[in-house]
Write a new protein. Structure first.
Length: 270
């Protein structure tokens, strides 16, 4: 199935993949309801007391950068904050954060499926499989038929066993893999099981492919982009990525960092 061209800024309707309607509360193991701090609120969230937040992570920030920024807010110093699913600095989109006493609820969200939009650039390879590292090779993709693209798309749907990129936060040899990569190591990580429930592409702007994907926890979209190019014989890398939903929770219900800062940290105190 081919979609109208998407950009990494598009936000997609969760109904596309049959997701549940947006929820504003979860049921904890105790049976109590813990509501998210609604984006329509005009008061800053009380992170120290404990709350759940949907946050739209901006480009260039790591997931931990977002946490550290919230911890710097004057009323929230030393508060404990956890997140359900890391996003790379070059990706944007949804983070689920839990603070204070509600960090124990993070496990409720960890295993939920993730939904993304993005772009794959064919013909070029980068060692990180994204924009973090320079181009290391180029093979013109040539004329590729819709059937060829469809065959590769189908091969990357379902239960997969793919090797995560070395430029990742996985621990190997006692350190984060990206530290080995940045030190020049060519160490290869072991393949991991990943599940892609739905993968749709659009070649309107060939040789760049737009895509929309719904996948399991632990799926490396950069690996999918790299293998897509490998199977076409021309190489590829992930040129844009945006997480648009985690389970039933869409990014269009999330807080922006700017608005959180405006409410929590008056400009005169920054």
């Amino acid at each position: 199935m081919y979609l109208p061209f998407l950009t990494c800024e598009n936000q997609i309707d969760p109904i596309v993949f049959g997701l549940m309607p947006t929820q504003t509360a979860i049921s904890a193991s105790s049976g109590s309801d813990f509501p998210f701090w609604d984006v329509q609120q005009t008061e800053a969230p009380d992170l120290a007391r404990g709350c759940l937040l949907l946050v739209d992570k901006p480009y260039g920030y790591s997931s931990f950068d977002v946490i550290r920024l919230l911890q710097r807010f004057p009323c929230n110093r030393k508060v404990r904050i956890g997140h359900a699913g890391t996003l790379d600095p070059l990706a944007t989109g949804l983070l689920i954060l839990a603070t204070g006493r509600l960090t124990k609820e993070i496990d409720h969200f960890q295993g939920l499926p993730k939904q993304y939009t993005g772009r794959i650039c064919l013909g070029y390879e980068r060692s990180s499989h994204d924009l973090e590292t320079p181009i290391c090779s180029y093979v013109p993709p040539g004329e590729l038929s819709d059937q060829t693209l469809e065959t590769v798309r189908r091969s990357l749907t379902g239960e997969l066993l793919l090797r995560p990129p070395l430029h990742s936060a996985i621990r190997t040899q006692g350190v984060r893999a990206y530290k080995l990569a940045r030190g020049g190591s060519d160490h290869a990580l072991e393949p991991r099981a990943m599940t892609v429930d739905q993968f749709e592409i659009d070649a309107t702007h060939f040789p760049e492919l737009a895509f929309e994907i719904r996948c399991s926890k632990g799926t490396y979209i950069r690996s999918i982009a790299a293998v897509f190019g490998e199977r076409l014989g021309c190489g590829a890398y992930l040129s844009a990525l945006r997480r648009t939903a985690i389970g039933p929770y869409p990014v269009n219900s999330a807080w922006s960092l700017d608005r959180l800062m405006d409410l929590s940290w008056p400009e005169s105190q920054r």
